[in-house]
Design a protein around this ligand. Structure first.
Ligand SMILES: C[S@@+](CC[C@H](N)C(=O)[O-])C[C@H]1O[C@@H](n2cnc3c(N)ncnc32)[C@H](O)[C@@H]1O
Length: 183
């Protein structure tokens, strides 16, 4: 994450920043996102059959996962629909983490959720409910983050399968215990 975007978060707050600038959002670290996504996919071979790109921005993860073989990717982001459509040709559903924590994706099923540079933005108080809902819809989740956060402990039902560090980024693959028990 650039200090530029961090500075905007501090000056305006996350919501106002993305509400006003989401249409033109681009991740300045996209090259690194692409490299660590490719490394994670090669190392862990996640099932790319039905992917959810959560907080999809302008399609940074969608575009690289397409190149790596994913054919069905749903993008979700409350603020960057225009930027996502411009780069991927697809619509992003305008749902927030909080909407999802309240059950907005109930009944869906994905083989993999990817969330790049974003899950640290949710207030910690919302994280358990979000993770519980995500555990209802997918068995694996790939988090790409420039931070230690989000901190996802096994009490959430998600267990870390592995972590790759590349420069300042981390890719973490989680599996959901509940999903394994249900299938
Ligand atoms: C740093 S960008 C990351 C975008 C993209 N995944 C990437 O790798 O570049 C953070 C994303 O989180 C989204 N976002 C901000 N607040 C959100 C919220 N409450 N719920 C869901 N997404 C949110 C923003 O619209 C933005 O696309």
């Amino acid at each position: 994450m650039s200090t530029g975007i961090r500075g905007e978060y501090e000056a305006q707050g996350v919501e106002l920043y993305y509400a006003t600038s989401g249409a033109t959002y681009r991740n300045p670290h996209e090259t690194a996102v692409r490299a660590i996504s490719a490394e994670a996919t090669a190392a862990w071979r996640p099932d790319l059959g039905a992917v959810l790109d959560l907080a999809c921005g302008s399609g940074e993860a969608t575009l690289v996962l397409r190149e790596l073989g994913a054919v069905s990717i749903d993008g979700i982001d409350p603020y960057t629909g225009e930027a996502y459509r411009a780069r991927t040709g697809n619509r992003a559903e305008p749902l927030s983490f909080e909407d999802i924590a309240c059950g907005a994706l109930c009944g869906r099923h994905y083989t993999l959720i990817v969330c790049s540079f974003a899950m640290h933005l949710i207030a910690e108080s919302w994280l358990p409910a979000l993770l519980a809902q995500l555990g209802q819809i997918a068995g694996q989740m790939l988090i790409i983050t420039p931070h230690k956060r989000p901190e996802i402990g096994s009490e959430t039902g998600w267990e870390m399968i592995g972590e790759i560090r590349r420069e300042r980024l981390r890719a973490r693959l989680y599996g959901c215990r509940g999903q394994e028990e249900r299938t």
